[in-house]
Design a binder for this molecule. Structure first.
Ligand code: BES
Ligand code: MN
Ligand code: ZN
Length: 499
């Protein structure tokens, strides 16, 4: 990973390969950020170049200038941040994205200084953007291709004026490392990452941390009555797992439960997906990846909030024992579910996870899943859908995501949706109306949320990341093609909000 430090020294004379500056999209083109501390002749040179080349300052624009007078760095990079009032999740996110775009453009370089302006919060965002933009998944490249691939920027300095008590660089590194781990898990091909190897990866990673792990195999899942996970997993030669992660710091201010969908490959099962819809389905464990990565990061950050994570791991395949439409399975807690469409497998594994989480009576349960194509239809490829049985919690989750720079939008859970899941032969069926499919799936999950000591439903929120979890298009900002690490920063920020 790119090594990152903060610096308070003069940017004009810094001994780095590249100096990165920010521009804003103004009426008449790119405008260099106010307060860029360069000698006058350097500023004039940069400004003349921006206007001569027709730079616009829009997001993802990278202008490279060599030999700027009065600047020691051989290369000056001016990266666009878009319009000052652009509707991005929050103000710092413009700079997180710009830092990522610049870092991608600096692949192969040794060192760069990022002087994008702003205070501590912006520096933190820039640091994260650098570390996330410098991500490359090269594990499976053959020797020749690996040798010719450019290495990510090696070292980065982020300019921040004055002294700061918090370890901003350290915290940004921990958060970025978590997102990068989630991306690695998502990008790892499904012949390599399956329930057992997923559990092993998390277990290796938790070694020596303050997170303890318990792994249930198929036999144990049977004993524990987890019919949802077992039903989905029984069509695969690679049996399912449930991993419980526990982080319980002394003096914890609250107890949260995170539940993640971990379908290591979703073929659709017997209701098989068309090839075109299947090709990205290694990403169907992105929710579990976000849960695992965020909890490990929270422990490293010593956030004083207890978090229990449930990774619901299974492969949805078509083997001779595969679940059939018409099957009736008994879920954790005893409720029976009539199977309608085997491609709606996510809600089945998640229901067991949510039921298990409820047994611990946490203050809130937050589940995260690449649950529905309907989420993509409703909110597109970059925005997560947030639903809840409690308005305050939903606002809290969308708020935390926004602060973390992740686009999130609240969706309702109207009561009438439930009726479409009535079954004549079981307690309920697992699919209902096609209309509002994202909410239908959430409404099914809500059925498995338990009650607290006073008989009230435990506070629960559901995050659908079917859109943002996997980027099928080109890289943008700090987001690479492939796994994005969606949800990791939102979950970390959410837990922090309870500290
Ligand atoms: N894993 C998919 C949802 C998905 C689709 C995630 C595209 C990421 C990108 C999920 O298991 C699924 O197949 N859902 C079905 C549900 C339907 C059968 C009720 C869907 O959305 O079509
Ligand atoms: Mn599916
Ligand atoms: Zn799925």
């Amino acid at each position: 990973m790119t090594t990152l430090t903060l610096t308070d020294s003069k940017i004009a004379t810094a001994k780095v390969d590249a100096l990165v500056l920010a521009s804003t999209a103004g009426e008449d083109g790119a405008v260099l950020s106010e307060g860029t501390e360069l000698p006058k002749n350097a500023l004039t040179h940069v400004n003349q170049n921006l206007s001569a080349t027709g730079a616009t300052g829009k997001a993802d624009e990278v202008v490279k200038l060599a030999g700027v007078p009065g600047v020691s760095a051989a290369l000056v990079v001016v990266v666009g941040t878009g319009k000052a009032d652009a509707p991005v999740p929050d103000a710092a996110e413009r700079y997180r994205r710009a830092a990522g775009a610049a870092t991608r453009a600096l692949a192969g370089k040794e060192s760069a200084l990022f002087a994008l302006g702003g205070g501590a919060e912006q520096a933190r965002a820039v640091a994260e953007g650098v570390l996330l933009g410098g991500y490359a998944f090269q594990t499976f490249l053959g020797e020749g291709k690996a040798a010719s691939a450019k290495a990510p920027l090696a070292t980065a300095q982020v300019q921040l004026k004055g002294r700061h008590k918090e370890d901003i660089a350290g915290q940004a590194s921990t958060v970025a490392e978590a997102v990068r781990y989630a991306r690695d898990l998502v990008n790892t091909p499904p012949n390599v990452l399956f329930p057992e190897s997923f559990a092993e990866s998390v277990s290796r990673r938790a070694d020596g941390s303050k997170v303890t792990l318990e792994v249930w195999d198929a036999d144990r899942l049977q004993q524990e009555g987890c019919g949802g996970i077992l039903g989905v997993g029984q069509g695969s030669g690679r049996p399912p797992r449930l991993v419980t992660m526990t982080y319980k710091p002394r003096g914890a201010k609250a107890h949260l439960a995170f539940v993640g969908k971990g379908i290591t490959f979703d073929s659709g099962g017997l209701c098989i997906k068309p090839g075109t819809g299947m090709v990205t389905m290694k990403c169907d464990m992105a929710g579990a990846a976000a849960v695992a990565a965020s909890i490990l990061a929270l422990a490293e950050l010593k956030v004083p909030v207890a978090v229990t994570g449930y990774l619901c791991l299974a492969e949805n395949m078509t083997g001779d024992l595969a679940q059939r439409p018409g099957d009736i399975v008994t879920m954790r807690g005893g409720r029976t579910v009539e199977i309608i469409n085997t491609d709606a497998e996510g809600r089945l594994v998640m229901a067991d996870g949510i039921a298990l989480a409820s047994e611990q009576q946490p203050d809130a349960i937050v589940d995260i899943a690449t649950l529905t194509g309907a989420c993509i239809i409703a909110l597109g490829n970059r925005t997560m859908g947030v639903m809840a049985n409690d308005d305050e919690l939903r606002e809290r989750v969308t708020g935390a995501a926004t602060v973390a720079g992740e686009a999130a939008w609240g969706m309702p859970l109207p009561e009438e949706i439930r009726g479409s899941m009535d079954s004549p032969v079981a307690d309920l069926k697992h699919t209902g109306d096609r209309a509002g499919g994202m909410m239908v799936a959430a409404k099914f999950l809500e059925e498995f949320v338990g009650k607290d000591g006073s008989g009230q439903a435990i506070k629960w929120s559901h995050i659908d990341i079917a859109g943002p979890a996997f980027n099928e298009k080109g890289a943008w900002g700090y987001t690479p093609t492939g796994g994005t690490g969606s949800g990791v920063r939102a979950l970390i920020e959410l837990a922090r909000s309870y500290a």
